[in-house]
Design a protein around this ligand. Sequence first.
Ligand SMILES: C[S@@+](CC[C@H](N)C(=O)[O-])C[C@H]1O[C@@H](n2cnc3c(N)ncnc32)[C@H](O)[C@@H]1O
Length: 354
Amino acid sequence: MFMGHVLLQHLPNLLIPPQFRTFGIATDFLQAQSLYTVAKLDIADYLGTETKTAEELAKLSNVHPESLCRLLRFMVSVGYFTEVDYTTCSFKNNRHSNVLMKSDPYTMKDVVIHMSDHYADFTNLLETVKVGAQTQKSKQYWANLETNARMRKTVANAMTQITSMENEIISSDYDFSKFNVIADIGGGNGHYLAYLLKNNKNMTGVLFDLPRVIEDAKLVWTSELNMTFERVDMISGSFFDKIPSRTLSDDRQIDAYIMRSILHDWSDDASLSILQTVRKAIPKDKVLLIIEIVFDEPYDYNIAKRRSDTTMQIIGGKERSRSQFERLLSEAGFVLNKVVSTRSIHSVVEAIPK
Ligand SMILES: C[S@@+](CC[C@H](N)C(=O)[O-])C[C@H]1O[C@@H](n2cnc3c(N)ncnc32)[C@H](O)[C@@H]1O
């Protein structure tokens, strides 16, 4: 994700002979599914700071002891967990397995489970490449989440876990403090808006998302993000229909609209229609901030950006380059003012109404 990562991504290709490298990549799904299985079974959470035998862990997670021991040994081979005693098959957490614990400050547990929810979709990659990404898929994906509370929670947590790695970087590389009222459109459970409000004491915010997501966000806002409702309006709706242009509580004009990791979920047609909705709400002197991957032109082989683009292809969206954003924005009635790159893979695309 960061610069070092970009340089490191080529190391395996330099160090491993092509046939071994190919076999490794062809079997990468084993690692992903094993990671998912230990996360889903709460193994890291059961271990905490203790050492436990596979037998004890199997009892706690209600699975087959020998199979669990074999799975954990595979995980040790890829860097997760430490085997403390081979004869009793006892394990403890290490720095990698720590992030599979729900309570770890850098937890990635929901990201692992969320990615696995996509797993079946990825078996359709061949089909997707044959017919192209389908807008209908994005619509179906978010509609399914509206009715599936477990998946909605996992996605919201996963988004928080992925994006909170970058909150500090993005917010120091782009100056958000100049805005008094900021709206996060498709802001999920509100974790980024909460971060901005905590760090800018004079700022107030509007969180906008689908109805069930906003219902969930109201609970998360107080219980997990330790926020009060004094400086926020939570508004539900669809960004294909209408988004707010003023706060509800004190009728103030919104200065800046953030859309973070939104347009990449959608095809060009759907993105245009979202941007047209935003354009209707936003007066000439205000600004739209699209926080997304922006591909370098003419090409960009950053693995993290390419991985995200492939994931988006599966759900019906795409990552874009500056000129692709420029075209879309122009069609929707905006001018791309500037692209501010950050030390993360995400940039801030600043757009102003024409
Ligand atoms: C990839 S998540 C990004 C969440 C958040 N902006 C972040 O960066 O963590 C996409 C968000 O768009 C929201 N969304 C999807 N369809 C929507 C719609 N029609 N109207 C409003 N929000 C929508 C989802 O509920 C989800 O919170």
